[in-house]
Ligand binder design. Sequence first.
Ligand code: ADP
Ligand SMILES: N[C@@H](CCOP(=O)(O)O)C(=O)O
Length: 322
Amino acid sequence: MAVYTDISEDELVAFLGEYPVGTLLSYKGIAEGTENSNFLLHTSDSAFILTLYERRVETSDLPFFLGLMEHLSQKGISCPLPVKRNDGELIGQIAGRPAALITFLEGMWMRNPTVQHCRQVGEALAQMHIAAEDFPLQRQNALSPEGWGRLWDGCRNRADEVMPGLAKEAGKDFDEIVGQWPSDLPSGVIHADLFPDNVFFLNGKLSGVIDFYFACNDLLAYDIATCLNAWCFEKDASYNLTKGAALLAGYQSVRPLQDAELEALPLLCRGSAIRFMLTRLYDWLTIPDGPLIKKRDPLEYLRRMRFHRQIRSASEYGVGLA
Ligand SMILES: Nc1ncnc2c1ncn2[C@@H]1O[C@H](COP(=O)(O)OP(=O)(O)O)[C@@H](O)[C@H]1O
Ligand SMILES: N[C@@H](CCOP(=O)(O)O)C(=O)O
């Protein structure tokens, strides 16, 4: 996240007047994150996160995101619980933006995740997939191949400003990945952005998952691909086979993968890598810099794309090694 929209104390006091959360003691903008504006609030009752939904979040999708958090939480998954307003609604408005108040989750995200963290993330991901099986709402993935196409059209002409040759290289990948994209694999509700900054740990144990604002219905194994990309590469862009093996073993200890999912894994990893390369590239080229805005490097994900291009089978990710 970041802070795209600032709020005044008066606005916040008026907003909180609609919620059974006591009186405001303090608030501050949170610089971490990418998509929305987040504030940490302390009230006389407790601590909360206030999220103002920004450009990539459609207001019509909020019942899906907030309902999913409620659903998962009721099923024992540790995630924030949206706070209901006095009138029973989950969504309010502040500074002209739709906004929600969610409970604060204790824990820290891991800047250098270990093999043990990766295993726990794999387990938690599979547990979420299973817990969401009976979630009644549906949301199409806005960042599936069709959505990537819109992003790519919006920035391919300027891609070489970030790296000479990027437009040609990514264009070839884009065509290959989209041309082979699978549709006949097990699907369900996926988190779709389970990066280390969205998973908290306390004393070495996974304590919670946040940021469900890309969640949608899509291929379950695509969520694993995103996790392999986000958790199992080192800073020098090398793939850590031990971490990959642990993440996959953690997942499979809860939900074993079908052969077709394993076969598709290299392509799903390539697809997930280009998806994050594209959102980062688009943001890099279109969002103005600001003190509370943190843009992410698209080339980090170009390096992932290059790695996955030469993978031939899921065993190269560590399937069956842990
Ligand atoms: N429920 C929560 N409990 C504790 N901290 C939170 C919670 N939700 C968000 N945060 C903090 O806000 C930051 C940004 O939140 P995130 O949902 O990732 O934003 P965005 O959707 O904009 O990327 C997180 O890295 C974390 O520090
Ligand atoms: N995880 C994405 C950006 C989305 O940010 P988040 O703070 O919502 O996780 C990326 O790394 O590109």
